[in-house]
Design a protein around this ligand. Sequence first.
Ligand SMILES: Cc1cc2nc3c(=O)[nH]c(=O)nc-3n(C[C@H](O)[C@H](O)[C@H](O)COP(=O)(O)O)c2cc1C
Length: 238
Amino acid sequence: MPAGPEITLAQQKLVNGVTVVSTILGAKINALTVAWVSRVSYSPPLLMISIGKTRYSHEMIAESGVFAVNVLSHSDIETARHFGLKSGRKTDKFEGVRYGTKTTGSPVLAGCIAWMDCRVVSRHDAGSHTIFIGEVLDAAIKTDEATLVYDKEKIFGKTVGFARETGGRMLNYYHVKNGEAVVFDCRNHDHAEDEQGVLVYADDPESALIIAQKHEKGEIQPEYVTCGSCSKPHPVLR
Ligand SMILES: Cc1cc2nc3c(=O)[nH]c(=O)nc-3n(C[C@H](O)[C@H](O)[C@H](O)COP(=O)(O)O)c2cc1C
């Protein structure tokens, strides 16, 4: 059964750093943003990463048996968003990103503050996620900057409630696709990150279309808001 809002909110009081976990499988490299990372053993040095079973990186790490944990700087929210809000299944998240490789070949970000290169030594089924335990084979600190701490609002933007009395529709939010603006229905929208498109917050459908056109011309950029219904971050134009 999925966690109710109280359980989720209580769990969000736990403090987590934000990392980018990368891997390599054959010629393909990929990475995702991961907050659920922890040290689990001093000797040998082991850490755990908890990876959602639907993530492309899950398939890759399960097969490659290697990953690197890149710790992000407190000022690096953009990198957390870059690797955490789209899947590498169809896109190359490393295009234009500077990185090197160490022992396992998993990418080590040039911009991280510390990295740990790991070999998977065991894996454990954990509901929606799999816990991969990695032995740290090699590691280094690059700068003394503070770590980015997971803060849902800072990374995903404000949580926007939706009106239950409208049956799940978020009034004033429009999904603009193929020149048409339809009221965003949070219950039925496609949760696949790549197919979400951009939502527009506007007074009416006509204004939504005008805002979407400004976005197409590159005049405005989306902000992220978290939907109170599905808890997913959505890029929203205003
Ligand atoms: C701040 C932040 C923290 C995240 N933490 C985790 C996490 O601990 N585990 C996880 O599986 N996904 C986490 N995600 C979601 C993945 O990074 C996201 O689904 C990503 O698009 C998956 O990419 P992939 O399909 O290329 O593997 C997080 C995302 C963000 C923005």
